[in-house]
Ligand binder design. Structure first.
Ligand code: AMP
Length: 216
């Protein structure tokens, strides 16, 4: 099954992606993680991406599309995949359709809906584990008292540069102008399913799995 997770930054896509990929038994990738990995390895692409990510704006389509389609070609087998954070523009969505034209296209786009003020609250205060990528929140989901990750082997927690208030506002603005139009794009294609992302993590996960049902 080929599935895309769509939703604003802070909707919980990363948290749910791990669960859904496990449920479907398909490989998953977050385009933001691919960029962060390039930065860590200090590649040319990583240096290019940093200048955009720091400002909370999108990395240009051309480089993003080739990075993700390469991942699909090399990492995703015949069983499908789960994409988190890609596509994020109409250009990316059309490129993905083109890349999958020999493979029946996407089966489902799961849209996680969360109100704006809740997104701001979630993103400012988010802490991410450098080792396993699990997220905590200073107020609503605090890490263990020693400040290390409680999910893996005590990985270091950090605040993403683009989770600072200046960048959060910009990222949400970019989401509404560039990415939100994809909701209608996929609704018209008949493959969009919507989930209320303000329920508990468990309930959101369960509803997402239910909404996968009936996909070809
Ligand atoms: P995320 O981890 O999904 O919040 O992404 C962090 C940042 O990576 C975004 O603010 C963008 O600068 C960049 N990015 C991630 N995915 C994409 C994409 N599909 N298109 C363009 N830029 C992206």
């Amino acid at each position: 099954m080929k599935v895309v997770l769509l939703g604003p930054p802070g909707a919980g896509k990363g948290t749910q992606a791990a669960r859904i990929a496990e449920y479907l038994n398909v490989p998953s990738v977050a385009s933001g993680d691919l960029f962060r990995d390039h930065q860590k390895r200090d590649t040319e692409l990583g240096r290019l991406a940093r200048s955009y990510m720091q400002r909370g704006v999108l990395v240009p389509d051309e480089v993003t599309i080739s990075m993700v389609t390469e991942w699909i070609e090399t990492e995703a087998g015949d069983g499908g995949f789960l994409l988190d954070g890609f596509p994020r523009t109409l250009g990316q969505a059309e490129a993905l359709d083109g890349a999958l034209s020999n493979a029946d296209g996407l089966d489902r786009v799961l849209y996680i809906r969360v109100a704006n003020d809740e997104l701001v609250r979630r993103l400012t205060g988010r802490l991410v584990c450098r080792e396993c990528g699990v997220t905590f929140h200073r107020v609503s989901n605090p890490p263990p008292a020693d400040g290390a990750c409680g999910d893996c082997d005590g990985g270091e927690l950090y605040e993403r540069e683009d989770d600072r208030p200046e960048a959060v506002g910009k990222r949400l603005e970019v989401y509404f102008s560039e990415t939100a139009p994809l909701i209608d794009y996929y609704r018209e294609a008949g493959i969009l399913r919507e989930v209320d992302g303000e329920q508990s993590i468990e309930d959101v996960g369960q509803e997402l799995v239910e909404k996968l049902g009936g996909a070809s």
